[in-house]
Design a protein around this ligand. Sequence first.
Ligand code: 5GP
Length: 118
Amino acid sequence: MTVFTKIIKGELPSDKVLENDHFLAFHDINPKAPIHILIIPKEEVKDFQSVSGRLMSEMTLFMQEVAKLMGLDKSGYRLVVNNGKDSGQEVMHLHFHMMGGSKLIWPHLADTDTKNFF
Ligand code: 5GP
């Protein structure tokens, strides 16, 4: 069982932003931006690669609602989803990082030279 399943079940505490029967949004414990929210489905889905289109379409509406609630729909935000080994995904339960609250940087993300890739 992942930490996020424990959060869904209420076995671990979380600072909740929005919840309905299918999704949960809560503040990341180690924020990388002034606002850093994690958005997860309650259904156990291990990563983005295995999520269904049906669930993603509902999750999209939920994420838009979270953005509105936090005022990020006006100021802007970044969504990040880490998928698998190279991305550094730590928790094997699908989650979107929603980050904003100030101007975000767009850093070089690879540990190799990207010049000759394309
Ligand atoms: P990943 O690297 O898998 O994309 O991101 C996992 C995220 O979950 C990290 O940003 C990490 O700070 C966050 N996280 C891990 N454990 C907990 C926890 O128990 N509570 C909360 N709120 N966030 C967590």
